[in-house]
Ligand binder design. Structure first.
Ligand SMILES: Nc1ncnc2c1ncn2[C@@H]1O[C@H](COP(=O)(O)OP(=O)(O)OP(=O)(O)O)[C@@H](O)[C@H]1O
Ligand SMILES: [Mg+2]
Length: 251
């Protein structure tokens, strides 16, 4: 349970994009607490990655605000991100393939306030496969192992807000389940996890709540279980055809 002095992530009326005057996301509202897992789902091009990048300070924000634990972080410089307790695992290029697992973790640990050696040790306990592959080239790891490494590189600085862009993309169903399956354990240690996923069913299974974006705007929000059972969304995003009436509703 979050302490009263904390307020988790609050995104209010956020409008942002890549070119001035041409917003990709508009008036986005989103809030979440520590310990929650929240998914952002929506069609290709809906602005899901853009929203994560705007929260992480990688894009110009035209209006609105982002705050975390009552601290305004709108447009935060990416190099200040980890000091604010925020870590982003991007959709692509999230590890250095030609470097070893050890070198990747050391590089990531340079940003952490605590003892880097201890921080790496705790990551190897959390992801034993990375201990086994400690001296292997990161590019030689399997897809799932590479995602574990990317997540470990984010977690090594002990963030309290973890932003994940499609952590299961390109993975086999088994590897996807392994990666998504470890998220509840991470969230239990007081981390707020906000993730974008195309693998909607698997993502909702481990999420508490979800937001649906379409054309850069909030469309729906609700409990993950309600969204999973919504006939319209089930058909659109999970390929589940249902015989019930297709009444559009907010959940
Ligand atoms: N670097 C960029 N410069 C300009 N426009 C961009 C850039 N990146 C994305 N866009 C545009 O922003 C819109 C939203 O893209 P975004 O990547 O946020 O969508 P998404 O919901 O993450 O899609 P996907 O499911 O395919 O990952 C798209 O129209 C895209 O063309
Ligand atoms: Mg994307």
């Amino acid at each position: 349970m979050a302490a009263e002095s904390e307020n988790g992530l609050q995104v209010q009326q956020l409008t942002a994009g890549y070119v001035k005057g041409m917003p990709i996301i508009s008036d986005i509202n989103l809030s979440m607490q520590h310990g929650e897992i929240v998914s952002i789902i929506g069609p290709n091009g809906a602005g899901k990655s853009t929203l994560l990048k705007a929260i992480a300070g990688l894009l110009r924000v035209e209006s609105g605000s982002v705050s975390f634990d009552n601290r305004l972080i709108t447009g935060i410089r990416p190099d200040k991100l980890s000091q604010s307790g925020v870590a982003l695992v991007p959709q692509l290029d999230n590890i250095f393939r030609t470097m070893s697992v050890q070198q990747n973790l050391r590089l990531a640990a340079r940003r952490c306030n605590a003892n880097p050696r201890q921080a790496i040790e705790s990551m190897l306990e959390l992801f034993p496969v990375l201990a086994e592959k400690f001296n292997a080239r990161a590019g030689s790891l399997s897809g799932g192992q590479r995602q574990f490494l990317a997540v470990a590189m984010a977690l090594v600085s002990s963030p309290t807000l973890l932003l994940l862009d499609e952590p299961s993309a390109g993975l086999s169903p088994k590897a996807a389940q392994e990666v998504l399956g470890m998220l509840p354990g991470i969230a239990r240690s007081h981390v707020a996890i906000l993730m974008v996923e195309q693998n909607v069913k698997a993502a909702l299974t481990v999420s508490d709540r979800a937001y649906v974006l379409a054309e850069g705007r909030n469309q729906y929000e609700g409990e993950a279980s309600s969204l999973m059972n919504d006939p319209v969304l089930g058909e659109i995003y999970m390929g589940v055809r249902r015989v019930e009436a297709h009444a559009t509703k907010s959940v």
